[in-house]
Design a protein around this ligand. Structure first.
Ligand SMILES: *Cc1c(COP(=O)(O)O)cnc(C)c1O
Length: 435
């Protein structure tokens, strides 16, 4: 057994620096990495015993915080039965239970569930479902996708092709990425009715190209990694109607927004609509293991399988992983057992109150909050190295990108921790601006 405490932290930090890729990192100039020893509740404990209040939920996922006794127990019980068996020809209660839960919790038309290993794969599966559906219908000309500017849907090739064409990786990979169609990002803020002008771009694309378009893909209500933008539920409602009118499928990527983050269990509920295909991930296992799912309507499932292929052509090795499914079931139970909606409202109030003083700091362009998400948008991109260290010195874990300093804390954060988190974020911004 590895006892990591026997290895000097500086030793393995050097191994890490010399051999390990981190997200969006350079192998030439390694950025500072903060070694973590453990995490518990809302706190991340560094190797030198400093404790940080977590404002990121490990990228939207650790909704119940870390080292949760209920999730630990679910993992241990499942380990005693089996960690994994293949899903071809075999099945098990953890996956069947999770499938039933997801069908019951999402809008009624979504009836079939494909359980996969990560968010990007869930989006790949969604795209493949849409394409295979039209191929099965004898309409293979419908093979393109419409996406929104400022969108983010993952880092694999099909998903990169629907990420924002400017801040995504289109330029770099232009020779290999499928050329998709991009509508202007919705401008109408959350809480307002969308204007005809705001619908014009996506409507024009649908009118002109619907004969070759398989699906429109959007992140409902919150555009996450592509800009942390909150937009009108009415826009989504009208987009649903446009997709119906032009016979184009609608894919909702709820990987960031799912499981209560925006104040509804799924963000599409703000608009009272249902997509034809929905992706969930991130918070699905409460941040314990990588797991995602793609749901579709019975009509799409039947349509795909009535085609020439006869089956849906996808089947990852770790599909339906029992350990991850068991933890997901426990995480969903945990969420629904409490007044999660009241709790998200409490966090939204805390974020609004705590972050509002930021709007007076020079260099801050906008402050906005929705559900358990708080965003401070700067006029200029932050200097990552200096601001990251400063956050740690102030006892909080915040990971900004570009002009965006944002937080989506675990739902278990208490009022005092939330006030501390907001206060320290603002203190750090003031210090950075004073430089
Ligand atoms: C994070 C994210 C993904 C990709 O999920 P991974 O698990 O990182 O592959 C896709 N779509 C959205 C909206 C996301 O936030």
């Amino acid at each position: 057994m590895h006892d990591y405490s026997n290895i000097d932290t500086s030793t393995w930090l050097a191994w890490d620096r010399d051999h390990i890729w981190h997200p969006y990192a350079s192998a030439l100039s390694a950025p500072e990495m903060f070694p973590v020893k453990s995490a518990s509740g809302v706190e991340i404990v560094l190797a030198d015993d400093r404790r940080l209040v977590d404002g990121m939920s490990s990228w939207w996922s650790a909704i119940h915080g870390y080292n949760h006794p209920v999730l630990n127990d679910a993992a241990q019980r499942q380990l005693a039965d089996m960690s994994h068996v293949m899903f071809g020809g075999l099945t098990h209660a953890p996956a069947a239970t999770l499938g039933k839960r997801l069908v019951d919790l999402t809008p009624p038309p979504l009836q079939r569930v494909f359980i996969s290993d990560s968010g990007s794969v869930a989006v790949e599966v969604a795209i493949k479902m849409a394409l295979q559906y039209w191929i099965a219908k004898g309409r293979s000309a419908k093979h393109r996708l419409i996406a929104l500017r400022n969108g983010y849907h993952g880092d694999t090739f099909a998903t990169m092709a629907v990420c924002d064409p400017v801040n995504g990786m289109h330029h770099l990979f232009s020779s290999v990425l499928s050329q998709q169609l991009f509508a202007e990002a919705p401008q109408t803020p959350f809480g307002q009715a969308a204007s005809d002008g705001d619908m014009a771009s996506v409507e024009a694309l649908l009118r002109e190209h619907h004969g070759d378009v398989a699906a429109v893909i959007v992140e409902p209500i919150v555009q996450g990694a592509g800009g942390m933008r909150f937009y009108s539920a009415d826009y989504l409602r009208r987009l649903r109607a446009l997709c119906d009118r032009y016979d184009v499928l609608l894919i909702h990527d709820e990987i960031a927004t799912g499981f209560g983050r925006t104040g509804k269990l799924f963000a599409c509920e703000h608009a009272d609509i249902s997509p034809d295909i929905m992706c969930v991930g991130k918070g699905l296992t409460g941040g314990y293991l990588s797991l995602a799912a793609t749901l579709c309507t019975e009509d799409i499932a039947q349509g795909i399988c009535q085609g020439e292929a006869g089956v849906f052509m996808h089947g990852p090795t770790f599909m339906g992983n029992p350990l991850a499914c068991a933890i997901a079931n426990a995480s969903i139970d945990l969420l629904l057992a409490n007044d999660w909606q009241g709790n998200i409202q409490r966090i939204e109030q805390g974020l609004k109150q705590g972050l509002s003083p930021a709007s007076e700091i020079p260099g801050v362009a906008d402050v906005r909050c929705l559900g358990g998400i708080g965003v401070i948008e700067m006029t200029e991109p932050v200097t990552m190295a200096s601001i990251q260290r400063r956050f740690v010195d102030h006892g909080v874990w915040i990971r900004p990108f570009g002009k965006l300093i944002y937080t989506m804390p675990p739902y278990i954060i208490d009022d005092e921790q939330l006030a501390f988190l907001c206060r320290e974020i603002i203190a750090v911004i003031r210090e950075e601006q004073a430089q």
